[in-house]
Design a protein around this ligand. Structure first.
Ligand code: F3S
Length: 399
């Protein structure tokens, strides 16, 4: 891979050991993937923030980069941490975990990373434009950026995203190149799809058709409209179940009209969507639900307004986590939604989520509208899961 003079200086250590390490990571990646050059990035989003996932080994790497003089050269935010940074005790997080989580955040902060912890960076100020070059990590956000915004990013690991932040560069391969963004298969949806949980179920069905081949970029038709909330749910689910980082949706995503429909077509029926919902739900009675969570991916202010409307004057009977980014929570505070929600007994789990928080063993059965939360709730935290519509989830909390 060809490096320019500035990049060679970084690789030779002239800009400090952290920048040198970052450039080593990027040039190694570039060689592995056959990139011809590095290209500038306008935004970075780093995953692997929860101490639950990082552990001491991950923290040691961050400390070394911070002590080695690493400083961000572009707008950089974080994925969810393992706790609500301001209100962790209320979520039952131990002081030992909180101490370690804060060490992680301090290491990022000392390198100039904005410690806004959200998997929906596009809602909290890290909001790229069509055609921008990014280095993002969170799989649902990567899929959203490529598909819904029309920006360009590979799915970075935590270290390579940090390396991009400290150098301002990423290797030009994968989804940065026009030839890798073309659709391969036409998916036609023959049934109305409404609500976040149905979009999650649709992505599950499409994933089964794609056989987890990440080269199978789908061109999806038959969806007349989709809200931001529905698209973020779809992105999270298709990234989880098919490992996809890009899709095109006719009349909805900005690059869809750049390409012809692929000739191979697969139809999706209402029956298949119903079966997908059942597959993601365990056969448990509603009485067994002891954990309710909305906000995978992190909630918009519109979704929080809906929860406040449904909970007004009611009391929840189960642990109910509402997960979102800190700037959205602050808007909810200002608009009075937080008071209504907290009066009901539901809890904001800001900066974190029901998957990355250290809650394995605390609950048995999770109800959610998120297909992604169903997958990780069962595989990471051993929860039984129930997938329902957004409103049904809120109603389950007050039953
Ligand atoms: Fe976000 Fe956590 Fe879901 S990081 S996409 S809320 S698993």
């Amino acid at each position: 891979m060809k490096l320019n003079a500035e990049e060679h200086k970084m690789l030779d250590g002239n800009e400090g050991p952290a920048t040198q390490k970052a450039m080593q990571i990027l040039s190694t990646l570039g060689k592995i993937y056959g990139a011809k050059e590095l290209i500038p990035v306008s935004s970075v989003q780093i995953a692997g923030v929860s101490y639950d996932n990082l552990g001491e080994a991950g923290l040691k790497f961050l400390d070394e980069m911070a002590k080695g003089g690493g400083k961000t050269r572009t707008l950089t935010t974080l994925n969810p941490a393992g706790m609500d940074i301001e209100n962790w005790e209320n979520l039952g997080i131990s002081s030992e975990f909180a101490k370690n989580q804060n060490r992680v955040l301090e290491a990022f902060s000392s390198m100039g990373v904005i410690t806004t912890c959200s998997c929906t960076p596009y809602l909290v100020g890290n909001n790229p434009d069509y055609g921008d070059t990014l280095a993002w990590s969170e799989s649902s956000a990567v899929c959203y950026a490529n598909s819904v915004i029309g920006a360009r990013t590979n799915r970075e690991g935590g270290p390579s995203a940090l390396a991009a932040a400290l150098t301002g560069k990423t290797p030009a391969y994968g989804f940065h190149l026009e030839e890798n963004r073309k659709p391969h298969i036409h998916i036609h949806v023959n049934t109305p799809i409404n609500g976040t949980y149905q979009f999650g179920a649709l992505a599950f069905v499409i994933s089964e058709k794609l056989n987890s081949n990440t080269k199978n970029i789908p061109y999806i038709s038959g969806i007349p409209s989709a809200s931001l909330e529905e698209l973020k749910s779809f992105c999270a689910s298709i990234a989880t179940y098919a490992g996809l980082a890009l899709f095109h949706m006719e009349g909805i995503t900005p690059e869809a009209n750049l390409y012809k429909q692929p000739t191979e077509t697969v139809d999706i029926s209402a029956d298949q969507i119903e079966k997908a919902k059942l597959k993601m739900s365990s056969s448990v009675a509603y009485e067994e639900i002891d954990f309710v969570s909305l906000g995978c991916p992190h909630l918009t202010i519109k979704e929080i307004a809906r929860i406040a409307k449904l909970l007004k004057g009611k009391k929840v009977t189960k642990e109910f986590w509402i997960t979102t980014g800190r700037p959205i929570k602050k808007t909810a505070d200002t608009l009075g939604y937080t008071d209504i929600i907290e009066e009901s007994g539901a809890k904001f789990a800001t900066d974190t989520c029901c998957v990355v928080a250290p809650i394995k063993g605390r609950f048995n059965t999770l109800i959610t509208d998120s297909a992604k939360a169903c997958y990780y709730g069962s595989t990471k935290n051993n929860f039984k899961t129930i997938l329902r519509s957004f409103d049904e989830v809120v109603k389950a909390a007050i039953k």
